[in-house]
Design a protein. Structure first.
Length: 230
């Protein structure tokens, strides 16, 4: 597996408390007692998501310097990739939050992840939407792609059923469009993050209830319905 990611924006994104709380509200219903998070970064998602019924959390991160910053008690940290997880381990949920777009072989990645699902387990992906929004910022932080609904649907691993596929962050779509067409910044600024998180994300919470097709991100959840195979 290939990663092309510096993680320079992670400390900024860790301050996006409204966004992380919103993502947690969307994702928590699909979690179970054991969770595997791939590409955990500095662990900023964990405090929002590691709540009952979650009991065990394994955080996998390929960058050792970032992994060392995951300091939550009781969290098992693995420096590596999905290939570093023992073949016998099974999880109730496997989580990719803004990670899959950094992986060259995304289809192969999800096939491997699906082999680690417990019966009825969920495979959860949050990823940037709309290829036409691909900007210098995407390139700078190591994105290989942005996704369409059809592209994510096509990644469905064998033995799994796509249970959820929806756009989120409708208002943030406008910010991404502005960056693509006007600003063309390669890095987000603190001010941009504050406006997006403090103004646009609360607006998106309301707009997303209408299941608009213009969200900045896509949320996909697959459920294991049979023995997932490579």
């Amino acid at each position: 597996m290939s990663f092309r990611y510096t993680g320079e924006e992670l400390p900024l994104m860790a301050r996006a408390v409204h966004w992380k709380s919103y993502v947690a509200d969307l994702v928590r219903p699909h979690l179970g007692p054991s969770v595997l998070e791939i590409g955990a970064g500095i662990g900023s998602n964990i405090p929002y998501l590691r709540r009952p019924p979650v009991r065990d959390w394994t955080a996998v991160e390929p960058d050792a310097a970032q992994a060392m910053q995951i300091l939550q008690p009781g969290v098992r940290v693995v420096v590596g990739t999905i290939a570093s997880v023992d073949a016998s381990e099974r999880f109730d949920a496997i989580l990719y939050v803004d990670v899959l777009e950094h992986i060259a072989d995304d289809a192969g990645e999800l096939r491997r992840a699906a082999t680690h699902l417990a019966p009825g387990g969920r495979l959860i992906v949050l990823a940037p939407a709309h290829p036409f929004l691909f900007s210098p910022m995407d390139a700078a932080i190591g994105h290989y792609r942005r996704y369409t609904e059809a592209a994510l649907r096509a990644l469905t691993p064998a033995g799994c059923r796509l249970a959820v596929l929806r756009h989120v962050d409708t208002a943030g779509w406008l910010a991404s469009l502005a960056n693509r067409l006007v600003l063309r910044r390669a890095r987000p600024t603190g001010g941009q993050i504050r406006v997006w998180d403090g103004v646009l994300v609360p607006l998106s919470r309301r707009l997303d209830r209408w299941h608009c097709r213009f969200g900045r991100s896509l949320l996909a959840v697959w459920r294991q319905v049979d023995a997932c195979a490579t």
